[in-house]
Ligand binder design. Structure first.
Ligand code: HEM
Ligand code: HEM
Length: 181
């Protein structure tokens, strides 16, 4: 009989940690943008990285469908499994919706997106000018707040598994943490 899988594939691990690092980078780039007035370098980078996250997340979802997630520990209460699954689902939703909304806002405002200085990312056929762009950015900001809540919940959950439940949930996402018997 095949052994039950007890770790994620390297692709899943790399995508998890790369996307997590890029999401933190996104917040740092906005902080940088707010610190330097009138210079759009950080904002342009934020747009490029954000569209990169969109591509990576779509790829990750495809990989996830082909390689389903590991089951959560059997003794985990049902409500905790539900919260964990809902958090993961909402992460995927936000990591697709946020770049799409940002892209739509730049498109409505007619602002070119030059992807990492390499080429002009195509704009979406969205009218409405600055007013529409403003409403879309309100949505982008609200999504950012939701994202912060999810990150806090997610990290608290991961630490609870490791330090309170003392199971292997964190180990399978960070394989160099020793496996518990
Ligand atoms: C912005 C940062 C992060 C994002 C967007 C994120 C997103 C995700 C997503 C979407 C999953 C579900 C994977 C799947 O089943 O398809 C996941 C799993 C996981 N994440 Fe994160 N993550 C982030 C940061 C972290 C951090 C900092 C930790 C550790 C402290 C962590 C620990 C884990 C663990 C242990 C799992 C596996 C849960 C399981 O096996 O069911 N994540 N993460
Ligand atoms: C997953 C990808 C993305 C994440 C996590 C993200 C996150 C954020 C965050 C946290 C903020 C600050 C919100 C606030 O003021 O409270 C922000 C602002 C902004 N984002 Fe994004 N973003 C992403 C993708 C994009 C994309 C693809 C674009 C455009 C193509 C974009 C354009 C903007 C703009 C124009 C602002 C406002 C900057 C300012 O003037 O202060 N974002 N984003």
């Amino acid at each position: 009989m095949a052994e039950p899988r007890n770790r994620y594939s390297t692709v899943s691990l790399v995508l998890h940690w790369l996307i997590a690092a890029l999401v933190i980078t996104q917040v740092a780039l906005i902080a940088g943008h707010e610190a330097v007035e009138g210079d759009r370098t950080f904002l342009n980078l934020h747009k490029s990285v954000g569209l990169g996250i969109l591509i990576l997340t779509l790829g990750r979802l495809g990989w996830r469908i082909a390689n389903p997630a590991l089951p959560l520990p059997e003794d985990m209460p049902r409500w905790q499994k539900l919260v964990a699954r809902a958090t993961h689902l909402l992460f995927y939703l936000l990591l697709i919706a946020m770049p799409l909304v940002g892209w739509a806002a730049s498109s409505a405002a007619g602002r070119d997106i030059v992807w990492f200085g390499l080429f002009n990312w195509p704009l979406l056929p969205i009218g409405g000018g600055r007013e529409m762009a403003g409403s879309l950015m309100d949505l982008h900001e609200a999504a950012a707040k939701a994202l912060y809540v999810l990150i806090a919940l997610h990290v608290a959950g991961a630490l609870k598994h490791h330090f309170m439940d003392r199971d292997n949930v964190l180990h399978r996402m960070i394989p160099w943490i020793p496996r518990r018997p």
